[in-house]
Design a binder for this molecule. Structure first.
Ligand SMILES: [Mn+2]
Length: 456
């Protein structure tokens, strides 16, 4: 049987600090709970934080400062070859005799043995069927008029031949991380029942047979900071969502079974994760408290965003208490990891924090760049607009709206490319192709911008 797989805890695509930090915090909590609550003798489940993209600079800064490993990057949640392969491969070297191969298969009760060279590098495969074919071919000689004795001695001679005589070297070889659905098609398309799983050095680490393909495993996943298919890892429909922790609108991720789904209208997913630590009576170590506090601070723009609630304020006090820091100073330090706006690459500046939304008129992209110096960002307006027009063109967006949010002045400058009419209608403004429009008090993409565009 394949090994049990860890349960992946992951945030949305194009991750922000909250998506990654909430995954780290929640995976830590779940592992602590698993250790505490799993009955003796039962296997303790393992939760692994993951991310769907690069670390935002503030996340990289906080993780480095507190010595926390960055979550692994995953590309999708499709079932993999490793989910069904038999990991312990029985091998023989290419100088083995047919009779040895036969004995090995009898001893281990298997239908195929993988052949390697003396360094353990894959050469081919010998199956019971290939050996049987060799023997049957000997009996063909009867029809050509050979005596039974001659056939019998050919059969006996065959036992001494090396496996190379019958070995097949055209068998499909695959990687353990290959998508299972793709490997399935390839295995069914070849004349042999087996595929051999090789590592980077060309050494066999597993075998997959057509029988193994009858299984349809699903990767278990906990979603944090999203519950929308569009924002989730590719292959989400092939995975089993076992929990959701989120503070966004309820969208379209669906499950077969009832699950724990915690959704609260608070400023960050990290806020909910912190509440869960307290609900379960699990202590928050300082590095985890730092990660969570950083996420509350970035998602609520140091508690200034209208999405910040009294619950967030209380959680911030609690986490700052664990760390013994002033929360506002801590928050500003986190923002400082983002660095200057002048030399930031244009793709980062515009789309590091961008989200797609599906409207009745098509897909739109709403990006946000938070700054303490609006002027220095607006110096780059021409460059930003050109990049936004490229996004409209290449992705077929209705529009790309960039909110340049000044966290000190507490408002956002709107820049829009594409179908500006939709934006102008939603906000009753007149965004043109130049200068942008100052929106005082608008700090929250979710609450003040996306919601209005989706309603319009
Ligand atoms: Mn969030």
């Amino acid at each position: 049987m394949p090994l049990p797989k860890p349960i992946i805890v992951v945030g949305h695509k194009n991750p922000d600090n909250d998506a990654i930090s909430a995954a780290i915090g929640y995976a830590y909590l779940k592992n602590e709970l698993a250790k505490r609550d799993t009955p003796e003798g039962e296997e303790v489940p393992v939760y692994v934080p993951a991310r769907l993209g690069p670390l935002p600079p503030e996340t990289a800064g906080v993780l480095e400062k507190w010595g926390i490993e960055a979550p692994m990057v995953i590309n999708n949640l499709f079932a993999r070859v490793s989910d069904v392969m038999t990991p312990d491969v029985i091998t023989a070297t290419s100088d083995a005799k047919l009779i040895d191969a036969g004995r090995i298969m009898r001893k281990h009760n298997i239908q195929a043995v993988v052949i390697t060279d003396e360094n353990g590098v894959y050469q081919g495969l010998v199956s019971t069927r290939m050996i049987a074919n060799r023997y049957i071919s000997a009996t063909d000689k009867l029809e050509d008029g050979a005596s039974q004795m001659a056939v019998a001695s050919d059969l006996i001679a065959s036992l001494d031949e090396t496996v190379e005589v019958v070995m097949e070297n055209q068998i499909l070889t695959i990687d353990k991380d290959d998508r299972l659905d793709e490997a399935r098609e390839d295995i069914m398309a070849q004349p042999w029942r087996e595929a051999v799983v090789l590592d980077e050095d060309g050494k066999p680490i597993g075998i997959v047979t057509r029988t193994d393909l009858a299984q349809h495993p699903h990767r278990k996943v906990i979603l944090v900071d999203h519950n929308e298919v569009r924002q989730a890892a590719n292959g989400i429909e092939d995975a089993e969502v076992v929990e959701i922790i989120d503070h966004h609108r309820i969208a379209d991720v669906s499950t077969v079974n009832p699950i724990r789904f915690i959704n609260m209208p608070v400023g960050s997913s990290a806020t909910i994760v912190t509440l869960e630590f307290r609900n379960h009576g699990i202590a928050i170590p300082k590095p985890i408290a730092a990660v969570l506090l950083s996420a509350v601070m970035t998602d609520t723009v140091v508690l200034k965003s209208p999405t910040a609630t009294p619950v967030d304020e209380e959680v911030v006090q609690y986490l700052a208490g664990i760390l013994g820091v002033d929360p506002t100073e801590f928050g500003i330090e986190v923002f400082a990891f983002r660095g200057g706006d002048d030399d930031m690459p244009i793709d980062k500046l515009v789309s590091a924090d961008s989200k797609e939304f599906q409207t009745s008129e098509g897909t739109v992209l709403i990006a946000q760049h938070e700054t303490t110096n609006l002027e220095s960002v607006m110096m780059r307006e021409g460059e930003m607009r050109e990049y936004m027009r490229g996004l409209v063109e290449s992705h077929g967006y209705q529009f790309v709206l960039l909110m340049v949010t000044d966290i000190i002045a507490e408002g956002s400058q709107f820049l829009c490319e594409g179908n500006r009419k939709m934006v102008n209608r939603a906000f009753d403004i007149e965004c043109t192709g130049q200068g942008g429009t100052w929106m005082p008090g608008v700090l929250s993409r979710k609450k003040q911008v996306a919601a209005r565009i989706l309603e319009a």
